[in-house]
Design a protein around this ligand. Structure first.
Ligand code: URA
Length: 223
């Protein structure tokens, strides 16, 4: 099988597993037979309930809230982070702690508001002590991210940090090597940049992140 064939087979397998994870056991023959024509908020509402009920990894036992998203489902731009931290777990909203406040400033520096974009994470539950997500947690949660992207259908995706970059681009990706490039995720331009928490610890690389965000803005304007 060619590389492209393998990529498509993997994408199809992940999509089918995602649907199974969401409780789908049959696909309608005609659009309109089931939820195929439901609105984005309806589909995201169903997804939120599936995330609440999810027991595919042990993180549900230690979470306060599952954290699905913030922003609008009609967004042209989606940000994908790593996983909820303490503040996000307590409030049930992504990127509301110190890193989140920096992300909000970055969005505003692009001339946008948080409400105009869609913000989510690879994991929907907080890993204890904010440790890095385990590969099996990413694998278990992945169908939810795939479904979010399939529902929102953004024009541009901006991944924040190594975990999100590896999840969408492949396990061997190095964020420091690929940032500065525009990548492709299933036909959607994807811009990798540093995670805001990394920027807080390493302010000298903020100028590189700003260059990435300017690229995102250009892509948005030409989309
Ligand atoms: N870091 C993340 O990756 N996501 C959040 O929601 C908060 C901090």
């Amino acid at each position: 099988m060619s590389d492209e064939g393998r990529r498509m087979a993997r994408a199809l397998r992940l999509h089918v597993e995602g649907l199974q994870g969401l409780g789908v056991t049959a696909v309608p023959r005609q659009p309109g037979d089931s939820g195929a024509t439901d609105s984005k908020p309806e589909r995201l509402g169903r997804l939120a309930r599936a995330v609440e009920a999810c027991r595919r990894c042990p993180l549900y036992r230690t979470r306060t809230h599952a954290v699905l998203s913030d922003g609008t489902p009609d967004a042209k731009l989606v940000f994908v982070g790593e996983a909820p931290g303490r503040d996000e777990d307590l409030r049930g909203v992504p990127f509301v702690g110190a890193a989140g406040q920096l992300l909000t400033k970055m969005i505003e520096a692009m001339g946008l508001r948080r409400e105009q974009v869609y913000i989510c994470n690879v994991l929907k539950d907080r890993p204890p002590g904010n440790r890095t997500p385990l590969p099996e947690e990413v694998e278990a949660c992945r169908p939810f991210l795939d479904e979010q992207l399939a529902i929102v259908q953004p024009n541009i995706i901006c991944v924040l940090g190594a975990v999100a970059a590896r999840t969408l681009l492949g396990p061997h990706v190095s964020i420091t090597k690929i940032r500065g490039q525009v990548c492709d995720y299933q036909g959607i331009p994807l811009v990798p940049t540093f995670h805001p928490a990394y920027l807080l610890r390493n302010p000298s690389v903020k100028r590189l992140a700003w260059a990435d965000l300017k690229r995102v803005k250009q892509l948005l304007e030409s989309a």
